[in-house]
Design a binder for this molecule. Structure first.
Ligand SMILES: *Cc1c(COP(=O)(O)O)cnc(C)c1O
Length: 374
């Protein structure tokens, strides 16, 4: 699905030098590299504060802790996403309220959010799924009307640009009150281990969160709040700082690969290519996900496996049907889109090193199988 080896080969000398600097200074935790990367990422995103932490799941949890959400508060998020999003809501004893998604963009359905709001609702967590920005303008408007926080789960869309209806642009993850991201190796900006970060433009919130990530300390050995231990180590920061200048080119390579796939699958009656809302830079293709109509998706998955083509089904089970997140308030009727998507989606190899020949081989294999089996 990804080619981290090929990507590393092209930037080996910068990455190795950056890591060697950490080894030379022996500052493995909170060293100068972490601070350097933090500043560079703030500048890249155009956001006032980046708070590095240990991984993307922690980032989400800490963002919610920073907002002082209380047990029983309801947090609305998408039924069709990675479990981390709903997991941290439940872990903090907040009440997850899962809602359906848009059939085209796979992102949280704005009308479903409106329907799910109760007096207990405190926050909305849009996930910019597969690299495409959610409908942030509508979501921020709903949040304003109902006095809710918006926490962007930006684990899959770092570097994407959102365009407002008046033409203004903002980097994804800088629009809500706070955002989280993951630097897991296969993400669009990945390190060589675990890593994550929280973004916000709110000075007071940033200060509060900087304490939370460090055992609730604002002054050494004074624990003012209950915190956690969540840090980005200096070696991972060194990798990220070496890769950040390439992020735009990496995302462009993903978009270029998506364009080539789109062209190969154009007008096929059984294959729906990813719908793109907004401009080219609104979707940075963490995943390239097709919908397979009136053909056997699972047989296709098996066939690609036999041909040596990696593929994935993200996600095979809606979160509302997962044992851990069942809720008697949910009605199957409320999840028609997710229930359908889990049967139709398939994600093809998507990374920065895909070439035309690979894309042609993958798409031809998909098309040939579907043509002879539908
Ligand atoms: C990867 C991911 C996370 C979690 O990130 P980790 O660094 O693996 O903890 C959270 N949300 C979404 C949508 C993700 O894709």
């Amino acid at each position: 699905m990804v080619d981290l080896k090929g990507q590393y080969a092209k930037i080996k000398s910068v990455v190795d030098t950056s890591i060697a600097e950490v080894l030379d200074t022996n500052t493995y935790i909170n060293g100068p590299k972490v601070h350097e990367f933090q500043k560079n990422l703030e500048q890249y995103l155009g956001v006032k504060h980046v708070i590095p932490c240990a991984n993307g799941t922690d980032a989400l949890q800490i963002a919610m802790m920073g907002l002082n959400l209380k047990p029983g508060d309801e947090v609305i998020t998408a039924d069709f996403t990675f479990a981390a999003t709903v997991e941290v809501i439940a872990l903090l004893q907040l009440t997850p309220v899962l809602v359906d998604v848009d059939p085209d963009t796979f992102n949280i359905d704005v009308e479903a959010i409106k329907k799910a709001i109760t007096p207990k609702t405190k926050a909305i967590v849009p996930v910019h799924l597969f690299g495409q920005c959610a409908d942030m303008e509508s979501i921020m408007e709903i949040a304003k009307t109902h006095n809710l926080y918006v926490i962007e789960d930006n684990a899959q869309a770092i570097g994407a640009t959102y365009t407002y209806s008046d033409g203004r642009k903002a980097k994804v993850g800088t629009i809500g009150h706070v955002a989280s991201t993951s630097f897991f190796p296969s993400k669009n900006l990945g390190c060589y281990g675990d890593g994550g970060a929280i973004f916000t433009n709110d000075d007071a919130l940033a200060h509060y969160i900087r304490g939370i990530v460090n055992h609730g300390m604002y002054e050494r050995y004074h624990h003012d709040v209950v915190g956690v231990n969540s840090r980005l180590d200096s070696i991972q920061a060194a990798v990220l700082d070496a890769k950040l200048p390439h992020l735009d080119a990496y995302n462009e390579a993903r978009i270029k690969a998506a364009n080539a796939y789109d062209k190969a699958f154009e007008d096929h009656k059984n294959i729906v290519t990813p719908y793109r809302k907004g401009g080219q830079d609104n979707h940075v293709f963490h995943q390239y996900t097709l919908k397979i109509k009136n053909a056997d998706r699972d047989a296709l998955v098996k066939h690609l496996g036999e041909k040596g083509i990696p593929c994935g089904v993200y996600y095979p089970i809606p979160l509302h049907l997962q044992k851990a997140y069942k809720d008697s308030r949910y009605r199957e009727d409320d999840f028609n889109v997710t229930n359908q998507l889990v049967k139709e989606v398939i994600s093809l190899p998507m990374h920065t090193e895909l070439d035309d020949e690979q894309i042609a081989f993958i798409s031809t294999t998909v098309i040939n199988f579907i043509n002879s089996n539908s």
